[in-house]
Design a binder for this molecule. Structure first.
Ligand code: SF4
Ligand code: SF4
Length: 153
């Protein structure tokens, strides 16, 4: 399934970026990773097209803290763009291995953790086992997000 990112995000807003780098100067992901950063992401989208960003594993380095939104003098919703890019990346199969494992577990069990481990922890604290997870509803959401083929369920 291919969904163009610009269906969800107004590309015209990106042209309002004047590359001041105020966003990038406040980005925590830039401090600890080789992330593209918010300014670099916008520039790459405009210069090379969003497909170039979607194929890049660095699109996953953003922790969605939204600081870039708060710092941008042009009020560009950068974190929304990054979320849309990651959604697009996921639909194309560009998902980091550890995250993919969690997603596969989510599709299979409705949870991102193995339940018997959770139940053991809960029992240790005198709590009842968790009720069954709504697997069908979770799968419907994942399907609607276009992840059915990626997760093969
Ligand atoms: S703070 Fe806003 S205008 Fe400045 S580089 Fe970042 S996105 Fe562009
Ligand atoms: S939302 Fe992402 S890109 Fe923006 S400041 Fe936070 S980590 Fe950096």
């Amino acid at each position: 399934m291919t969904i163009k990112i610009w269906k969800f995000f107004d590309r015209e807003e990106l042209y309002e970026c004047y590359q001041c780098a105020r966003c990038t100067g406040s980005c925590p992901a830039m401090e600890v990773t080789a992330a593209l950063g918010p300014r670099g992401t916008i520039l790459k989208c405009l210069n090379l097209g969003h497909e170039a960003v979607v194929q890049d594993e660095k699109v996953w380095f953003c922790c969605t803290c939204n600081v870039c939104d708060d710092r941008c003098p042009q009020q560009i919703p950068i974190s929304d763009l990054l979320v849309a890019l990651r959604n697009s990346a996921a639909r194309r199969g560009n998902v980091p291995g550890r995250l993919l494992l969690s997603l596969e577990l989510l599709a299979k069990t409705g949870r991102t953790m193995i339940v018997h481990q959770l139940d053991e922890m809960r029992a240790h604290h005198g709590l009842a086992p968790l009720p069954p997870a709504p697997v069908d509803e979770v799968r419907a959401i994942l399907k609607r997000a276009g992840l059915e083929e990626v997760l093969d369920f």
